[in-house]
Design a protein around this ligand. Structure first.
Ligand code: FES
Length: 103
């Protein structure tokens, strides 16, 4: 069974906002895209850049190291120099809290 961890409350991350958290020893970036919360591994597939430190443009995160873009909805790599998708994680909201599973 999937295990969900509480990472933040919904009012900590406004629309367009992001937060770096740790889930089960993994760095995870949480995004609020128009009120929907999404979670991805905070590791760029090009060279390990910290994605939560990049700019969020719509539903795309720009890696702060060399500028690769990823969809935070699908994890897809949208521009060079990254080719491989980033890992996306399941999110659920319970009683105003954001919970993430990294199973
Ligand atoms: S580490 Fe992210 S683009 Fe190079």
């Amino acid at each position: 069974m999937e295990e969900f961890f509480k990472v933040a409350s919904v009012n900590e991350i406004p629309p367009g906002g992001k937060k770096l958290v740790e889930v089960d020893f993994l760095p995870v970036a949480i995004f609020n895209i128009d009120g929907k919360f999404l979670a991805v591994e905070d590791v760029c597939t090009h060279d390990g850049g910290p994605l939560a430190e990049g700019e969020l443009e719509g539903d795309e995160i720009v890696c702060p190291r060399h500028g690769a873009r990823f969809s935070v909805k699908t994890g897809e790599a949208l521009s060079m120099p990254a080719y491989e998708p980033i890992e996306c994680y399941e999110v659920k909201i319970e009683d105003g809290d954001i919970l993430v599973s990294v199973d």
